[in-house]
Write a protein that binds this ligand. Structure first.
Ligand code: SF4
Length: 649
């Protein structure tokens, strides 16, 4: 049955809201297909505002992969701001896609990608506006299958009631497999209804269907076990890994936003996975093993992506881009190719070494210089050993001074506060480091015109990392340390005035901690926060710590637990964790040993360059790390100035 656009109703509301352009669609790269000609229809979402959601790589890749299938249709939806939400409720306008303004409830599948757990309340808004019941058990054949993905899907238990399924890991192949199952089930006349479809998905062993698993609790509130409640689903669900990135060179036709967004650039992922072993980093752990995209594919993607989009900026992305085995050739090749054009090239520069500065310099050949950010993460050598961030004070000073000496006037240093075993002194060492950076920079350059910004984020222990057992620090402790640090930075006025200081207070991190390591009982808290008006929790102007504390106090005591139980409590080795039945490939015993090593400050090398240390990922995926050098060259080597259609300044 055909589905009509809600645009006529929406259009009447647009003059009454802020930034209406974000809801109209029609971007370069957007696809609108014939509804009736499609056999499987997806709506894809990143549960945040358009300006954050549109550039999301995961959604863009899946949007393209799905729309390339002749009989598949994929459209996008984003969280609407509260001003439009209120009007949509008043006028009866449902959650819609921006592509053809079709109502979300009409699609077969509703995929939601979570980079952070703070998007959970926005999921509820979207479901509610779409007319999809919150409780997955109340849905029937008229409702889409709600599928969660992204990093937060590695512990989807807090939203287990609200989703029908979760996919762990890479989505490129998984969405096509899910599409195939839905296509076949529909072609057979939808036998067994929604339950049968979910069962077919669960049988793949890589799609988690929470309703097919029961959670039993011990009298003290800990989990006793999570077990399938039917015979034909697996005990453990495994993550998906796309091994050959060259076979999936997406995005090819990147979306070019109409409204302002957080990133306006062509982003190409140069490798996936990271084995540096930073113990706080969930992304590094769950995306192993390392898989590099070849230099030739990167070059081709950049060329075609720029030609299609007209973007002037290219981001060479990954978790630690300077670690690509051919990054030197890649940067010099691209810099040469785009020299004389107004295309700027950048790579996230978090690795603390002089090589990174050299790369940044290479990329800025055409005179356009992007900022340099280094991430020592911990203020003292001791805490950096705990988190396995192998950077010495000398490394950091030398790197930053190299940057100043090469013309950078401003660098950003990123740290975390609230790390396991952290003391006041570990945090105060950040001030000492920053002072030293400015002092050494002034000496090396002979100029007082240099600055650094110290940026501090709150540590959140994440599932599938060695810190998954760690207690969080109380927000009051974090806030006190941040205040001490500010005073210490400013204690020397001459140095302090060259140092910027940005930080987040400890409260949002505690809520993120609750949602990251929560179990199904936390779902009631999310729902209450939403009912009390919780929206856009990732935005400081919308986030209310009080609302979360009150909701936790209202909902959790019935289960014999509370907010502190989920956040500031140490777990022991034998505790069943809410995500133990979800297999990221990492061996739990290895993670525990790495946690013990953290407590003694024992450092773990990067297995890219040293022997395997048995984290478990490669054997569990029946694969191995893929790195170069391949000896290939960036092709074509023709500088763009000789004829390629790239916009010039
Ligand atoms: S299994 Fe070995 S080689 Fe593979 S990611 Fe783990 S430590 Fe590295």
């Amino acid at each position: 049955m055909s589905v009509t656009s809600v645009f006529p109703q929406l259009e009447r509301l647009l003059p009454r809201i802020s930034k209406p352009i974000q809801y109209v669609g029609g971007e370069l790269g957007a696809v609108v297909k014939d509804w009736d000609a499609a056999t499987v229809r997806w709506v894809l979402s990143y549960p945040d505002a358009y300006e954050v959601g549109l550039p999301n790589q995961g959604v863009q890749i899946l949007y393209e992969v799905l729309n390339e299938q002749p009989d598949v249709l994929a459209e996008r939806t984003y969280a609407v701001w509260p001003d439009l939400e209120a009007l949509m409720r008043a006028e009866g306008v449902p959650q819609f896609t921006v592509d053809a303004h079709r109502p979300v409830h009409a699609f077969d599948l509703f995929g939601v990608s979570f980079a952070t757990e703070l998007g959970y309340t926005n999921l509820l808004t979207m479901l509610d506006l779409a007319g999809i019941p919150f409780d997955s058990r109340e849905r029937d054949e008229r409702h889409p299958i709600v599928v969660a993905g992204g990093h937060a899907a590695f512990n989807p238990e807090p939203i287990a009631d609200f989703i029908d399924a979760a996919v762990l890991g890479d989505g490129e192949e998984a969405v096509l497999e899910i599409t195939g199952i839905v296509r076949e089930w529909k072609a057979e006349g939808s036998p067994g209804g929604r339950d049968e479809l979910l069962l077919r998905l669960a049988r793949t062993e890589s799609v988690y269907v929470p309703r097919f698993y029961d959670v039993d609790y011990l009298p003290d509130g800990r989990i006793q076990r999570v077990v399938p409640n039917r015979a034909d689903v697996p005990f453990r669900v495994h993550k998906r890994t796309t091994m050959d990135l060259d076979a999936w060179p997406y995005p090819k036709r990147p979306l070019v936003p109409l409204a302002e967004t957080v990133h306006e650039r062509y982003a190409v992922e140069i490798f996936r996975g990271c084995t540096r072993g930073c113990r706080f980093c969930q992304a590094g752990m769950i995306t192993r093993p390392v898989r590099e995209r070849s230099i030739t594919t990167v070059g081709q993607m950049v060329q075609e992506g720029l030609e299609f989009s007209g973007f002037h900026e290219v981001g060479l992305l990954s978790l630690s881009s300077a670690d690509h085995s051919e990054i030197g050739d890649m940067c010099s090749g691209l810099a040469q190719q785009y020299e004389g054009t107004n295309v700027s090239l950048s790579l996230p520069s978090t690795r603390v070494d002089a090589f990174n500065v050299t790369l940044a310099q290479e990329l800025s050949r055409n005179g356009r210089r992007t900022g340099l950010t280094f991430a020592p993460e911990g203020g003292s050598e001791r805490i950096r050993q705990v988190i396995n961030k192998m950077v010495t004070e000398e490394d950091l000073i030398r790197t930053v001074v190299t940057a100043y000496s090469n013309g950078w006037r401003q660098v950003k240093l990123y740290f975390m506060c609230g790390l396991p075993t952290e003391t006041d002194d570990d945090v105060l060492q950040i001030a000492k480091l920053a002072h030293e950076v400015i002092r050494a920079g002034r000496t090396a350059t002979g100029s007082r015109d240099i600055r650094c910004t110290v940026s501090i984020g709150g540590f959140v222990p994440k599932p599938h990392t060695p810190f998954q057992w760690a207690a969080m620090a109380e927000p009051e402790v974090i806030d006190r340390r941040l205040k001490l640090l500010k005073d210490a930075i400013n204690a020397d006025r001459s140095l302090g005035k060259a140092i910027g200081y940005r930080y987040h207070d400890g409260e949002p991190s505690l809520v993120e901690g609750l949602l990251s390591r929560g179990d199904r009982r936390v779902g009631a808290v999310i729902r209450r926060v939403w009912e009390e008006g919780g929206r856009f929790d990732g935005w400081s102007e919308h986030f209310s710590f009080r609302r979360w504390v009150d909701a936790a106090a209202a909902e959790l005591p019935a289960f014999g637990v509370d907010l502190a139980w989920f956040t500031t409590r140490d777990r022991d080795q034998n505790e069943v964790l809410p995500w133990d039945h979800l297999d990221s490939g990492l061996d739990k015993d290895w993670l525990w040993q790495d946690w013990q090593d953290a407590l003694t400050g024992y450092e773990q090398d990067d297995c890219r360059w040293t022997p395997c240390f048995d984290c478990g990922v490669c054997p569990s995926q029946d694969t191995e790390i893929q790195i170069g050098p391949t000896g290939k060259k960036l092709l074509p080597l023709t500088p763009v100035g000789t004829g390629l259609r790239v916009p010039h300044a």
